[in-house]
Design a protein around this ligand. Structure first.
Ligand SMILES: NC(=O)c1ccc[n+]([C@@H]2O[C@H](COP(=O)([O-])OP(=O)(O)OC[C@H]3O[C@@H](n4cnc5c(N)ncnc54)[C@H](OP(=O)(O)O)[C@@H]3O)[C@@H](O)[C@H]2O)c1
Length: 345
């Protein structure tokens, strides 16, 4: 089969036509890769991180059609739409090729109200935000109505792929959202449900004043979806967060630890563990994802969780991934996910 293969860390991406088509294990499905979303993690993998062996086909925001099922698969049948974050950096798992494997327990069934292009915007962002909220910030996964007495949750990087799903989850769980983004994204963020918005471009002292005046210190949870605002978030929680309450900070930054502060529980999202096994942390990440997916599927099917807006790069074909990778390097900050269509159904 065809795929876009990276030969070595820092090497060249090229179209290879002789990649072995993977065979599904008992609890796996073989998916025809129709659309892939593009993500910052591909840049990390290009540098050599999160890759098991070389050469490798990367790409992890999967969306396609099930063409074969393993012997013990019960959730999917041939012809179903499937999407998710696929296992990172392992042969047979990358989305930048014609077919890839997904683990049944870690994959979403695509409902009729979501087209394959939209599905490619969901997996990585929504699973990352879910780990941050339900495993990290210890927010119970129970949709409820917002009322005037509820706490605020602060979301940094709110206009990004992860942040947009974080806003939706926070609102579903009954929180008021104070979101941080660039001013050009204010309208999008408000449409998603943010109650107040601050600019992460303002000086930190001004942002802290904004936090105080908007929340009146009625918050004890911050999610830094941007991976850029760890120290700011810890300062805001420590100095302005509600006194005498446990405080929670979750971050997507798994490469530069924040300075610990007393009374703040720090959770680092490690979506890169998806589909792996072998240690307690990995088992716990995968167990959490497995438990979230059925609830998230219901919310997506009902329209309560919406896919991101997207921009398709190039035409249709595996080789279009190369254009997508180039476009990602100079992408705009407009809240849209870049996607590439590898095939039609
Ligand atoms: N650890 C994990 O498992 C995991 C999983 C997924 C993603 N990640 C990481 O999480 C980060 C976000 O991913 P993504 O897909 O959401 O990326 P993205 O779509 O590029 O969004 C990143 C957002 O960060 C915002 N931002 C940039 N600098 C900021 C700052 N100084 N303070 C606050 N916000 C800032 C930008 O906001 P504006 O556009 O409004 O300026 C942008 O929308 C990436 O670094 C990614 O590698 C980690």
């Amino acid at each position: 089969m065809k795929g876009i293969s990276l030969d070595k860390p820092g090497g060249e991406y090229s179209l290879i036509e002789t990649i072995e088509k993977p065979v599904p294990g008992k609890k796996q499905v073989l998916v025809k890769s129709l659309v892939t979303g593009l993500n910052p993690v591909e840049g990390f993998q290009y540098q050599g991180l999160l890759v098991d062996s070389w050469p490798i086909v990367v790409g992890c925001d999967a969306s396609g059609t099930v063409v074969e099922v393993g012997d013990e698969v019960t959730k999917f049948k041939k012809g179903d739409g499937a999407f998710s974050c696929s296992r990172l950096g392992a042969p047979g798992r990358g989305t930048f090729q014609e077919y890839l494997l997904l683990d049944e327990a870690l994959a979403f069934k695509r409902p009729a109200n979501v087209i394959p292009e939209e599905a490619a915007t969901i997996g990585v962002g929504l699973l990352t935000a879910s780990l941050a909220f339900f495993s990290g910030l210890k927010i119970p996964f129970e949709p409820r109505e917002v009322n005037s007495s509820v706490e605020w949750v602060l979301i940094l990087g709110a206009a990004g792929a992860v942040g947009q799903f974080a806003i939706q989850l926070a609102k579903l769980c009954g929180y008021k959202v104070l979101a941080f983004c660039s001013p050009q994204n204010n309208e999008l963020i408000k449409k998603l449900g943010a109650d107040s918005v601050l600019s992460h471009k303002d000086p930190p002292e001004e942002q802290l004043k904004g936090v105080e005046s908007i929340t009146k210190s009625n918050f004890s949870r911050i999610f830094d979806a941007s991976a850029m605002a760890g120290e700011f978030s810890m300062q805001a929680l420590a100095e302005l967060g509600e006194k005498n309450k446990p405080k929670y900070f979750a971050t997507t930054n798994d490469w530069a630890p924040v300075t610990p502060r007393e009374g703040i529980d720090v959770y680092i999202v490690e979506l890169g563990e998806i589909g792996k096994s072998g240690n307690t942390n990995t088992e716990s990440v995968n167990g959490d994802i497995e438990s979230f997916i059925p609830k998230l599927e219901t919310l997506i099917a009902s329209g309560a969780i919406k896919p991101m807006g997207y921009e398709q790069v190039g035409d249709v074909g595996v080789e279009e991934v190369l254009k997508g990778l180039d476009a990602f390097k100079t992408r705009k900050s407009d809240g849209k996910k870049l996607i590439v269509k590898l095939a039609t159904e």
